[in-house]
Design a protein around this ligand. Sequence first.
Ligand code: 13P
Length: 257
Amino acid sequence: MKANNKRQHIVAGNWKMNKTFQEADELIDNLMTELENNDIADTKVIICPPAIYLEMASDMAEESYFMVGAQNVNENESGAYTGEISAAMLEALELEYCIVGHSERRAYYHETDAIVAKKVDALLKHNIKPIVCCGEVLEEREANRHFDVIKRQIQEGLFHLTAEEFANVVIAYEPVWAIGTGKTATPEQAQEIHAYIRGLIAEKYGAEVADTTSILYGGSCKPGNAKELFAKPDVDGGLIGGACLKADDFMAIIKAF
Ligand code: 13P
């Protein structure tokens, strides 16, 4: 365990578009058994299943130690947006978190920093904590532009908030080249960017806010590498894709702190 007790340790599972209803029920059930049988200390566990399972997950969470988040939200309050889900709807399910600005949404659904900023506002208005993703693609890293990309995403997506609002935000650094590729950032690469992000927050909101903001790493985080990543001083947990789809793998990552 790190000597940092200022920040909440978080391990969040992003299921993405996986699992049928039966499989989802089974996975949550297995996770509940794992959580009952293991000491998760003070690590917060969050699962983010597809929207269609949020109500079931939220009901099951009442009997267990995990919290539930959505994977996406629409930035508008309500209205004619076929297929979309509002922050008010998520709030009504008593969800605590919602992922915003995931690189898959930026790449496939044209989610810009301006849209991310609006989604963050919609969530905070409805008392839901945004887990805001940032991260560079391979070409940006190879061109040594990763710091600039991260800075732009953080500034434009989040720095319109007041310090009080910002205190509800969780950040996830997910280098796009590491997502689903099996190619994890080294603990040193993760630490370098996490420290950089914390520095940006300190400049904008002061050291106290920066020191209490949880910054998660995501991108091929597995039971075999989580411990090394989480040992870094500015890595406060993980946003897990593939490895959260099996309860025992997810549990092994939760226990990596
Ligand atoms: P993988 O863990 O499958 O690389 O996915 C990471 C991710 O995108 C979590 O949001």
